[in-house]
Design a protein around this ligand. Sequence first.
Ligand code: URA
Length: 248
Amino acid sequence: MRLADVLYSQGFGTRRVCAGMVEQGMVAVHRGQASPEVCLDPSVDVVQDGLVLHVQGVDWPYHAKAYLMMHKPAAVECSQRPSAYPSVYSLLPAPLRERPVRGASKGVQAVGRLDQDTTGLLLFSDDGQFIHRMASPKRHVPKIYRVVTRHAVTEVQQQRLLEGVVLEDDPVPVCASRCTRLGECALDLTLTQGKYHQVKRMLAAVGNRVEHLHRWRIGALDLPQDLAPGQWRWLSPDELARAQDAAL
Ligand code: URA
């Protein structure tokens, strides 16, 4: 692929802007540990496999499709057009927001949403099929939430969460597939559906209240201990395979 087209595919701007960046000496290419070599020809053919672009001093590994995880902090919204807090997308670098995607949208999209005050693991991708598979309720991808409650969790409440509770706008009961009590006011709740405010509404339906909510697992992917709130990183090939296995 032409170097300018590679840059374009990674979200660095229009093909024209990308060609200009190359001509102005802003782009170097390298592989593995090799040192970056500035390339001034936008039409030069580059092999994408193992390619690392070096754009204005920053390394950018080539990814044909983008699969990322983020540790969502509190006080950010998952919407592209947030109303009260900054958007999670503002925590991603511009190329990830600008990557060309076939169809109407551009850039990566979050796989499902977390409330503004919920923290934890959030996946992003520009692969529509992956997003659909991971988010589809039909795939039953389990998600584990650590819940801190206002009142002590009773055995009756635990039992009701497992057996199913009816939420006010839907006659079909929703249930947790697991509910592990971790302390008087703390539990891990595993859900395979993804209804609006589901954890908060389930806890309210059994007479309790969520004080803090943190998602630490999606399918077979755990939020890594070393990913600080607000940070993101690419999924490794192994993590991507494990995420996809969970949604088969
Ligand atoms: N359930 C909720 O109530 N909020 C979230 O953010 C996620 C699940």
